[in-house]
Design a protein around this ligand. Structure first.
Ligand code: ZN
Length: 216
């Protein structure tokens, strides 16, 4: 019994009744959302979310990485306000339902242990966990990053490709479609490497879905 009381105490934060919620992007008061409606309306959705489609592999990006989206993702990654995850995950949940994407596994872009230690968490895992909870789809845990890589920023096109080559490994058995969630799509090297790794294990569809895309 003590466990369940402790569990409840952890879940219930009486301060949440006293402190008004506010938008983490602009600071305006809200009814509990962490991104206000005014900011949400300014999010730039991509007219053509499908980036690439080859055989059973699809790459998508939902929004453009600028303005509100860039700020919101930075609030999660660098200011480490994990509370904004749900608001961001809802963008993915709505997109997947609108596009009628069917999947039986949900994965994320893995990081190595030192990378996770440096940030304290993996934001793509947090996003995947929210989608998993809402859509009641299990998380794919067998996708791992086994190679330490350099930061992609500042590398040439060839170096970036080489850097991520054979960086991922997949140990889970897969039956059915897989969806992998990323936060920001830039060159597509991560998407290519990860989907290539998964494609060795399945002939079913693989959807690589990025919340946002950096467009030059
Ligand atoms: Zn706002």
């Amino acid at each position: 019994m003590t466990y369940s009381i402790k569990h409840l105490a952890n879940k219930f934060n009486p301060l949440s009744l006293l402190l008004p919620s506010h938008c983490l992007v602009c600071g305006k008061n809200t009814d509990g959302e962490n991104i206000c409606n005014n900011c949400k309306e300014k999010i730039k959705y991509l007219e053509y979310p499908l980036i690439e489609h080859k055989k059973n592999i699809y790459f998508y990006a939902i929004t453009e990485y600028k303005g509100i989206m860039e700020k919101s993702i930075k609030i999660l990654k660098f200011r480490k306000r994990k509370i904004i995850t749900k608001d961001l995950a809802n963008i993915i949940i709505d997109f997947v339902s609108k596009e009628k994407i069917q999947f039986t596994h949900i994965g994320f872009v893995p990081m190595t242990h030192p990378e996770t230690r440096e940030r304290g968490f993996n934001q793509t895992y947090l996003l995947a966990k929210e989608v998993s909870k809402t859509n009641k789809i299990p998380i794919l845990n067998g996708l791992k990053k086994t190679k330490e890589t350099k930061k992609q920023v500042g590398l040439s096109k060839r170096e970036r490709k080489e850097n991520l080559k054979n960086a991922f490994k997949m140990t889970d058995k897969i039956e059915g479609n897989v969806m992998i969630i990323d936060d920001v799509y830039t060159t597509g090297n991560t998407a290519t490497e990860i989907t290539k790794t998964i494609a060795r294990k399945t002939k079913s569809n693989i959807y690589f879905i990025a919340l946002s895309r950096k467009i030059n």
